[in-house]
Design a protein around this ligand. Structure first.
Ligand code: ATP
Ligand code: MG
Length: 602
């Protein structure tokens, strides 16, 4: 490729709205073009990167037994009604919908369990055809609340989605494990350091799941982990042991105490400390959060007014709470929102801020975090404006029916059940695998004929990799002050040859041309920078664009030498005649390193 024909669109300035390196650099280096709010056009350079990522991912999924297909992006409402998810995706407003000329509604694929389950039911009839696995790399749409960070979170993106079908849970387990390995192999070949963490199953559902994370400060996910035990989980799912609170001088019986004009737990504590309870702390109090959850059950949609209590210095994990309520109501969670002030007054008979599990709380479900079992005396809201109960013992003084549940957001410093202490860091979710079981096949009557001559629903798994998000994650992991530093496996071009002489220096131009020709012939994706620009400008551009290998033909040509440089390394002189071989060797070595990392996956 000749640089003069590439329409290179590098920018001098960082785009104003770009908050993270990948968004900033992909825009500046001419990969990403903003086409609308949260909508991006992939420029020629990015298209090449995404295609390379897609190919490596497809190779690894195929190696694990996947067959590539293409499913429609327009999905009939009727199919989603069969699985029962239409209402769920409408309630969360995740799915974008369109109407055709006849008024029929379609969803724009946010995922494709329904479509593929319907397909499998049509083509897989007998246990003899199982296991079967289908996958695609296609556009997905999600009406995200907050699209941001360039390619990281967009309304329209490319996802590899795979779906496996089995006769038994044991067979699913084997494919699930093969997919875990396929993912780690793919990420290794892509030059990404990724690791698996336990995850919540969310709107996809099922019995178990893992996410694949790329460690990055800018990641939107929090991961709780312990290197000593090997435990790692998304905070949405993470569990730990909350260290016990210290003792304090509490009254022997719950004491109704005036706490006027206090807003937060910190206010309540400050007030009590100054009014006779000098050593009380937030960890001795009960925090109440009041939610309204909408759950879809067999009998229709239900609104469930819920009170959740955690220790005063901790937070409620809303994912755990949503799961607990859905379990309790035997339905699927459609929505979760904090109660409005009027609803709080109706549930507690008091202004917001004074709810407690004593007399006067009326809700449908009440959960108390299990870490508060035998917590001893606490400070609880009295369900009376401007009053708290000081010395409230849950087991003795609770007047509402409640259940112990794991509700607390686990954090660094909590104890690992396997021993040791938990830590926290941030990550970018690049992939996710789920054991679905028969959730979709049972609902959609997708069945196969077993050896017993009876019909059975498929046991299913599903697997997603954010192909386009991977490109952004790769940039987060590989960049420096000069620009991008693509791993060679996904760089848009492997090498650039830069003639750096005075215009009309034919010896230099001929040498560059020759090296370019040899590399092209050898199958290296190479750019010849034939632009009429100063060498310094050219070097800056290619460092920004992130081409891994560079050959500069300059003054050294007189002595038969060119400069060879690996992006980020030192440049060295090589004989003109060896230039192409040096590039090829460096390319093969870099690919081999990545392949070896993939082969080391266990
Ligand atoms: P997130 O928690 O980041 O919203 P998710 O859990 O909803 O993602 P999945 O349903 O697991 O996403 O989708 C599979 C993969 O698709 C994710 O691991 C991620 O890499 C990618 N992905 C999901 N949503 C987006 C998005 N809005 N923009 C870009 N990639 C996305
Ligand atoms: Mg996910």
């Amino acid at each position: 490729m000749r640089a003069s024909r590439m329409n290179l669109a590098t920018l001098r300035e960082d785009p104003a709205e770009a908050e993270i390196a990948s968004h900033r650099l992909l825009t500046r280096a001419g990969y990403l073009h903003k086409s609308g709010a949260g909508l991006y056009l992939y420029q020629p350079l990015l298209k090449r990167v995404i295609d390379r990522i897609a190919r490596i991912v497809a190779e690894e999924i195929s190696r694990a037994g996947g067959l590539e297909i293409t499913m429609p992006i327009l999905q009939e409402q009727e199919l989603w009604e069969k699985s029962g998810r239409w209402a769920q995706y409408q309630a969360s407003r995740t799915m974008l919908t369109v109407k055709d000329r006849n008024g029929q509604l379609f969803g724009l694929a946010p995922t494709a369990e329904e479509v593929v389950t319907d397909y499998a039911a049509a083509v897989v009839k007998s246990y003899k055809q199982l296991p079967a696995c289908f996958f695609q790399q296609n556009t997905k749409f999600r009406d995200e609340i907050r699209p941001r960070f360039g390619l990281m979170r967009v309304k329209e993106f490319i996802m590899m989605d795979a779906y496996s079908f089995h006769a038994s849970p044991d067979c699913l387990d084997k494919t699930y494990e093969a997919m875990r390995v396929a993912y780690l192999r793919a990420f290794a070949r892509l030059g990404l350091t990724a690791f698996a963490v336990e995850a919540d199953t969310g709107a996809i559902g099922g019995t178990g799941s893992h996410e694949f994370m790329v460690a990055a400060e800018v990641g939107e996910d929090a991961i709780i982990y312990n290197p000593a035990s090997g435990y790692a989980a998304n905070v949405e799912r993470a569990t730990g042991i909350v260290p016990k609170a210290g003792a304090w001088s509490a009254p022997a019986a719950a004491q109704l105490t005036l706490t006027p004009k206090v807003g937060t737990i910190a206010d309540v504590m400050a007030f009590l400390q100054g009014n006779g309870f000098a050593d009380v702390k937030a960890e001795h109090s009960l925090k109440c959060v009041l939610f309204v959850l909408t759950v879809k059950t067999d009998k229709g949609e239900k609104q469930i007014r819920t009170a959740a209590f955690v220790r005063g210095d901790r937070d409620v994990n809303e994912v755990k709470l949503g799961n607990a309520v859905a379990r309790g109501a035997r339905g699927a969670l459609l929505d979760l929102r904090p109660m409005h002030p009027d609803e709080v007054r109706a549930a507690t008979g008091a202004e917001p801020g004074f709810a407690g599990p004593g007399e006067g709380l009326t809700v449908d479900f009440c959960y108390i975090d299990q870490s508060l079992k035998e917590a001893g005396p606490l400070v609880a809201g009295a369900n009376k404006t401007d009053h708290h109960l000081v010395g409230f013992v849950i087991e003795r003084d609770a007047k509402v029916q409640f259940r112990w549940e794991d509700l607390v957001r686990t954090r660094a410093g909590d104890l690992d059940q396997r021993g040791g202490v938990l830590a926290e860091r941030r990550g970018i979710e690049v992939g996710h695998i789920f054991k679905l079981g028969t959730k979709y096949s049972a609902a959609m009557k997708a069945e196969f004929l077993g050896p017993d001559q009876k019909l059975h629903p498929f046991v299913m798994g599903c697997y997603g990799i954010g192909t386009s998000r991977v490109a952004a994650a790769a940039v987060e992991q590989h960049n420096d002050g000069d620009g991008l530093r693509w791993p060679v496996s996904i760089a848009p071009y492997h090498c650039v040859v830069v003639p750096a002489g005075k215009p009309g220096d034919t010896a230099i131009e001929q040498a560059a041309q020759e090296i370019y020709g040899k590399l092209t012939k050898a199958g290296i994706d190479v750019v010849l920078d034939d632009r009429d620009a100063k060498p310094g400008v050219k070097f800056k551009d290619w460092d920004l664009v992130g081409i891994p290998l560079r050959v500069v033909c300059g003054r050294g040509i007189a002595e038969g030498k060119v400069e060879f440089k690996i992006r980020g390394g030192e440049s060295k002189d090589v004989p003109v005649a060896d230039a192409a071989a040096t590039v090829i060797e460096a390319y093969l070595k870099a690919i081999e390193t990545l392949e070896n990392a993939a082969d080391a996956v266990t």
